[in-house]
Design a binder for this molecule. Sequence first.
Ligand code: UD1
Ligand code: CA
Length: 452
Amino acid sequence: MAFSVIVLAAGKGTRMKSSLPKVLHPIGGIPMVQRVINTVESLQASAVHLVYGHGGEQLKAALTGNNLNWCLQSEQLGTGHAVQQAIPYIDEKEDVLILVGDAPLIQAETLARLAAVKANCDLALLTVELDDPTGMGRIVREGDNIKAIVEHKDATDAQRQIKEINTGMMMMSGADLKRWLGNLSNDNAQGEYYLTDVIAMAAAEGKTIQAAHPDTASEVEGINNRAQLAALERALQARQAHALMMEGVTLADPARFDLRGNVVTGKDVSIDINVVLNGDVKIGNNVRIGPNCILTNCTIADNVVIEANSIIEEATVGEACTVGPYARLRPGAVMQSRAKVGNFVEMKKAILGEGAKANHLTYLGDAEVGAGANIGAGTITCNYDGVNKSKTSIGANAFIGSNSSLVAPVKIGDNATVGAGSTVTSEVEDNALTIARARQRTIANWPRPTKK
Ligand code: UD1
Ligand code: CA
């Protein structure tokens, strides 16, 4: 059955003590409400209504690219009042799934389970049993039948003993929801319009109310402060690490692996400790990543080895390349097949051709290096004159001697050789040798000055 979704995200999030709206705080590198939206997207809802209250500009800027119906709740008068803001857009013939923007670990399978329960009753609730249910709405049952949700502050001592709680996620028909919300009052301990009051209304009408449950409690946990954010971050990381290992990735220590975004991995990928993956990362088959590497929005082809402490951002690493240890590939760095970049080598907007090597202490910026070229230790492309950036082009199989400065714009031909210590300012023809340094002069038996 077609259904739409209402995501509640108007709460202030005061306890985050932040100028960023709570639901925009990232978890696993993605704003928490974006995670909820992504999960919903996989369920193919007909529409997603986002109820927001604070930081509208920031929210809209951060959530562009989502197809959302924005519903402003200008005053936070309670969860029932929040849902009311979306009611004008709800189709009575459709079901409505209500979610919260600050419980980011909810899984699509769990929501599908909730929808399956709804298909056989009038009102489906996602509930969970907690050892410490303090502060939560309690599920009041008579026998097996759910009769009401009572908020902690309104509950009797006996009701407070109930461990089954309301996660805030539920599903019902648009027509029922509309009718019930119209009857809410704020005559309760918090003076709020409680969404949870609709459960007693449903029970009074003789509707069938049933519960579905998540796999784990962390899945439905909400975030109110940064300690809870950190705890759920670890839960999410553990879940992601587990999923990767089940897909065949070796993680030296799943507790010391962080994925802040999305990764696609091939077969036999092995990742050592303290590796951080940011944004969208693609890793091919048979890739080994050493400890302490940070990879951001990059593509790594098959059979690549990335040694310890390398940092790769918006770069492409071709098949069978080796990188690091201590290499830095900045945006626009492209290593073609079997190229090699060693320690303390930095690349930016530069192409290192097939099988070319820059093994030590080099900066390649705004450069193109041909296949098979060898870039000696300490080679620098001087790409910036203080105002403009210029390009260095190095031909195939060129040999750049150690400690050379290539002052761009400059071109070194195919198979050309640059003598060590050269400062190259003009073009070197194919097959030529250039030496641009002071000639060595030796004075035999030279007496060193002595103190007078
Ligand atoms: C709510 C439930 C409680 C449940 C708990 C689970 C009610 C009355 N209570 O309690 O049964 O156990 O969640 O975490 O529903 N929001 C708005 N506008 C408002 C108020 C809240 O958009 O005016 C949003 C918040 O941003 C949040 C969600 O609704 O995402 C839940 O609000 P919160 O204040 O956390 O509800 P609780 O009192 O914790
Ligand atoms: Ca809450």
